[in-house]
Design a binder for this molecule. Structure first.
Ligand code: 5GP
Ligand code: ZN
Length: 117
């Protein structure tokens, strides 16, 4: 069922504390932790605790939690004293999505070229 934890999902396990991560912020509905393979000085993933395959599924199934994710992205940037930052939701394997549990990449701390690759 939408939102239910999935046994085979890495980020469900991180949200449940079953796999360690460097957690930077937690709320009732979200967890933010540092990416294991950072692409910028600040590279934090903000995930909903509930399992949705991607950001659009999250927005459709739990719009208030999608808003929480965006609010937490700002909070992460504030904590790392980043005035500018980029939020990325890779959606689909062709766009580089490798973990099919919705997550916002929050990137900051270096020049962020536009358009991105
Ligand atoms: P995607 O490619 O799906 O947009 O993003 C998945 C991200 O999860 C990647 O940037 C990858 O480095 C990160 N990642 C994969 N496995 C782990 C893990 O076990 N711990 C943490 N902290 N990040 C992970
Ligand atoms: Zn999951």
């Amino acid at each position: 069922m939408a939102g239910e934890p999935q046994d085979d999902c890495l980020f469900c396990k991180i949200a449940a504390g079953q796999i360690p991560a460097t957690i930077v912020r937690e709320t009732e509905t979200t967890v933010a932790f540092r990416d294991i393979s950072p692409q910028a000085p600040t590279h934090v993933l903000v995930i909903p605790r509930a399992h949705y395959e991607n950001a659009a599924a999250l927005a459709a199934g739990a719009p208030e939690v999608a808003a929480d994710v965006l609010r937490e992205a700002q909070a992460v940037a504030d904590e790392d004293k980043a005035e500018s930052y980029r939020v990325v939701f890779n959606t689909g394997a062709g766009a580089g999505q490798t973990v099919f549990h919705a997550h916002a990449h929050v990137l900051a701390g270096r020049g962020l070229h536009w358009p991105p690759g």
